[in-house]
Design a protein around this ligand. Structure first.
Ligand code: WTA
Length: 648
């Protein structure tokens, strides 16, 4: 891209004067952050209600474990619910719930408060006390959000497990956090069918020593087994509980949630987030990046609460700001591809935050579908989860954003807790595909292997060189892994290594290029290669497996696996491949199922025995192989199997 093209592009996507005139974020934010970063964050913390004021903004003496807003006490749920009721906004709709079969339910802040109080009373009756862990395995229904908030209200640490994960994945997360309670549903609606969920929980908790109770919301009415003494129905407990409950404050550093995410090794990491700093940054970013105006906007983040985007931009950020938001249970093509656009039209959605993979799917379906709807309510669009390609960016803006809505391409991670790099919609002239710059108060650098900072035109690793309020506080039960994973790459500098590659273009705009480690990004979901490899090796027929992420037009990356069979195991072709895919679904989730599995006689290895993934990726993406001379078995590529993959 030449400089001249960049400049005209910047002019093309500059904020309109009308947008700027009413934007929440003005240039004073950056000025204040530049002048005194910690004082800036102290000001942002005033967005929240503190039962006890903090005495120190940041204590990083125990680095890399930070303490933010030291000495402060607050109740996260009080900030997300009670506060709005007390301010006289109890009648405002908090959640427009749209069930997949078409059932709907509006919950006002008054309703939400009553529900959260009832759930909190029920959890207390079950003997749970602050610090206990609760696993949540639920689809996108209001009770899932109520459960998270009830946990926050009582100082219980929740661990939401995406309802698309398998029983085995749920079990390992329950065990790791020693959860005492699991909250779930009988089943969930998926493409017009009631898909059972409770049986997966029964399988997961069988023999799980920590679990005392399973609380079940009746969502679909399908028949499920009930274990006496352990299982309880939501409608027989929560619905009948008292709606009175006083929120008590917790320390700013009280653990709010654990969220498991994939790393470079097989075992998922339980990322720990705490209260005051996390909520401050979630609230600040939601207000400024989305330009959210309480009482006016209708906001819709299409994520699932099973991911961090659902935590920070459906639950904590938006509700702390008194949002009115849409929560939709189902898939975008149920009953047909019009669903999202019908919902936007029906509720007058003004802020729409989604993932590039969905934008590309909409593009594939064709613009006739969105064009059949009145989308003029939309005034801002957001993107998250993976780099958004310029073509999808432009389509998103033109077709969904009526050629006028600013797009905020937000870079962040489960670990960062909240948005870190993004345009500010009233200020930043954007470039399609670039996340542009760190937000005021956030510091990021692009550096090379030797910790040299790169400038315009430079390409290297993305690091966060200063602590931020919503940063993770560790990995549950494994603080060594925390130090090792994120802080050991640049130990002298004390930088956080994000695992992403990035570059500055000639104008200094920041482009995130994708993971530089063995983490794949499939439809915005993080999946580690070794997690899938160990699931494959779990199959009795498999001796060895190598997995790579290959470029995919719709999903960003697709999972491609190469498998060596054990001696004497018969290659039954499609039958075996189907079995292997099922094994991955069972061990992890259908989202981790390889797009392609190829049985091979050998894998390319270096002399030290390391599988050369780079070569496998080249093969999977149909590229010519470069220098293979360092392979111990260079002839591996001569075999016909590899040849067919190379030239499909
Ligand atoms: C990628 C999701 C480019 C990145 C919030 C990161 C992005 C990983 C963007 C975190 C973006 C997320 N542009 N890449 N706007 N947003 N990523 O933990 O590789 O599920 O490291 O958090 O997604 O994924 P996670």
């Amino acid at each position: 891209m030449t400089s001249a093209a960049d400049t005209s592009e910047l002019a093309a996507f500059a904020p309109s004067p009308e947008f700027t005139a009413t934007a929440n974020a003005g240039p004073e934010l950056q000025a204040a952050a530049d002048e005194d970063r910690l004082a800036f964050w102290a000001t942002q913390a005033e967005r929240l209600h503190w039962h006890t004021p903090f005495t120190e903004v940041l204590d990083f003496s125990d680095a890399p474990v930070a303490k933010w807003f030291v000495g402060g006490e607050l109740n996260v749920a009080y900030n997300c619910v009670d506060r709005h009721v007390l301010a006289g906004n109890g009648d405002r709709v908090a959640i427009h719930f749209e069930g997949e079969p078409g059932d709907t339910r509006d919950l006002t802040y008054n309703d939400l408060l009553t529900e959260v109080r009832k759930a909190a009373n029920t959890f207390t009756d079950l003997g749970l006390v602050a610090g206990d862990r609760v696993a949540i395995y639920m689809p996108m229904i209001p009770e899932a959000i109520v459960t998270m908030l009830a946990c926050a209200r009582l100082g219980l640490t929740h661990s939401v497990v995406f309802a698309g994960f398998s029983a085995a994945a749920l079990r390992s997360r329950i065990d790791d956090a020693e959860a005492k309670l699991v909250v779930t549903v009988d089943g969930q609606w998926r493409r017009g069918q009631a898909a059972p969920l409770k049986p997966a929980v029964d399988e997961a908790v069988d023999g799980a020593a920590s679990v005392k109770h399973v609380l079940v919301v009746k969502r679909t009415g399908i028949d499920v087994a009930v274990t006496d003494g352990r299982d309880l129905w939501w409608h027989e407990t929560v619905d009948k509980a008292s709606g009175t409950h006083q929120a008590t404050p917790f320390d700013s550093e009280h653990p709010l949630f654990i969220l498991y995410t994939s790393g470079t090794t097989g075992k998922p990491k339980g990322i720990i987030h705490t209260s005051g700093g996390y909520l401050t940054q979630a609230s600040y970013t939601h207000h400024n990046v989305f330009d959210h105006k309480a009482g006016q906007d209708v906001y819709w983040c299409t994520a699932d609460i099973g991911w961090v985007t659902g935590h920070s931009y459906i639950v904590y950020g938006p509700l702390s700001n008194g949002v009115t938001q849409v929560v939709y249970e189902g898939t975008p093509n149920s009953p047909d591809e019009h669903r999202h656009f019908q919902i936007i039209e029906k509720y007058g959605v003004s802020i729409y935050y989604t993932a590039p993979t969905l934008v590309r799917t909409f593009m594939k379906w064709g613009r006739d579908i969105p064009d059949a709807h009145d989308l003029t309510s939309i005034r801002l669009l957001g993107s998250v989860g993976e780099p958004i390609n310029p073509e999808a960016w432009k389509w998103f803006r033109e077709v969904i954003g009526g050629n006028q809505a600013p797009i905020v391409d937000t870079w962040w991670q489960t670990e960062t807790g909240a948005i870190m790099i993004s345009p500010l919609p009233g200020i930043t002239a954007t470039k399609p595909g670039s996340a542009m710059a760190p937000l005021p108060g956030i510091s990021a650098k692009i550096v090379d292997d030797d910790a040299n900072e790169l400038g315009a035109g430079g390409s290297g690793y993305l690091v966060l060189d200063k602590p931020w309020p919503a940063m993770l506080r560790g990995i549950w039960g494994d603080m060594d892994r925390y130090r090792d994973t994120y802080w050991s790459r640049y130990p002298e500098q004390g930088w956080y290594f994000a695992g992403d590659g990035a570059k500055y273009d000639e104008d200094g705009a920041l482009w995130v290029l994708g993971r530089v480690d063995d983490v794949m990004n499939v439809s915005g979901h993080r999946i580690s290669t070794s997690e899938v490899e160990s699931a494959l090796v779990g199959h009795h027929g498999v001796a060895e497996a190598a997995v790579v992420g290959a470029a995919d037009e719709t999903t960003g990356q697709g999972i491609v696996a190469f498998v060596i069979l054990r001696e004497g195991v018969e290659n039954t072709g499609d039958t075996l491949i189907a079995e292997l895919k099922a094994e991955v679904s069972r061990e992890i989730s259908p989202i981790a199922k390889p797009r392609q599995i190829t049985i091979v006689p050998e894998l390319p290895k270096t002399r030290s025995g390391k599988i050369m993934r780079r070569l496998l990726k080249d093969i999977a993406e149909g590229r010519d192989l470069g220098d293979t001379s360092t392979l111990v078995n260079p002839t591996v590529f001569d075999t016909t199997v590899f040849d067919t993959i190379r030239r499909p």
